[in-house]
Design a binder for this molecule. Structure first.
Ligand SMILES: [Zn+2]
Length: 214
């Protein structure tokens, strides 16, 4: 995902469900160093603070490890190596499921769209033998994930029941303390979304995704 708080906002309840029996890794492309309304704040210190918050929230939800790629906030569409970095990580971590943003959502942040497109291109590079032969030379053989989930979507075709983990999602979002002032009414908005997503599948609370088989 693009920024440190995106995993919790888009799929924190699902992460808590998945982490009970599977390994979950969070890959964060940018540390979100421009994510402050304080003109006097140092972007370097904001990045450091946000990494700490992301680690704390991830640990609370049961994530095995958070990997920071540390690309510049707001500039992700111009990072030419991003698809290759993601492909290398896919070959290394061998995920069954990959979760990212829905690049076609109307509510996208440009970084979300750029990250999602890089993930899709990264999956293609990761799964086929003839892309970037140097990956084989450094021991990274092709890996084909089974499914891709696009989160915060208007076209959900798959909903994870987060009735038992919704409280954890809310608490984990709250751990991104540096961001809460810039997320007015976040509790109300998050609650409305998980209620609506859940209702569409007959659950009290849910997180909806557009699920694609890779
Ligand atoms: Zn974001």
């Amino acid at each position: 995902m693009a920024h440190p708080d995106d995993p919790e906002l888009s799929c924190g309840g699902s992460i808590a469900v998945w982490a009970k029996k599977d390994r979950v890794y969070n890959v964060i492309v940018s540390c979100g160093e421009k994510g402050t309304w304080d003109r006097k704040a140092s972007p370097l210190l904001v990045a450091e603070e946000r990494e700490k918050e992301a680690k704390e929230a991830a640990q609370y939800l049961g994530v095995k490890r958070v990997i920071f790629l540390r690309h510049p906030d707001g500039e992700l569409s111009s990072i030419k190596t991003l698809k290759l970095e993601l492909a290398a990580l896919i070959r290394r971590l061998k995920p069954y499921t990959i979760v990212t943003h829905d690049p076609w959502s109307r509510y996208f942040h440009p970084d979300h769209r750029a990250t999602a497109h890089a993930v899709i291109e990264g999956i293609m590079i990761a799964r086929d033998w003839h892309f970037y032969p140097f990956l084989l030379e450094i021991g990274l053989k092709p890996h084909r994930p089974k499914e891709l989930l696009l989160g915060i979507t208007e076209k959900a075709n798959y909903v994870v029941d987060i009735t038992k983990t919704c409280d954890k999602k809310i608490k984990a979002i709250g751990m991104h303390r540096s961001q809460l002032g810039q997320l007015p009414d976040w509790q109300k908005r998050v609650c409305n979304r998980v209620k609506n997503d859940g209702a569409s599948a007959g659950y009290k609370f849910g997180e909806g995704f557009y699920k694609m088989h890779v």
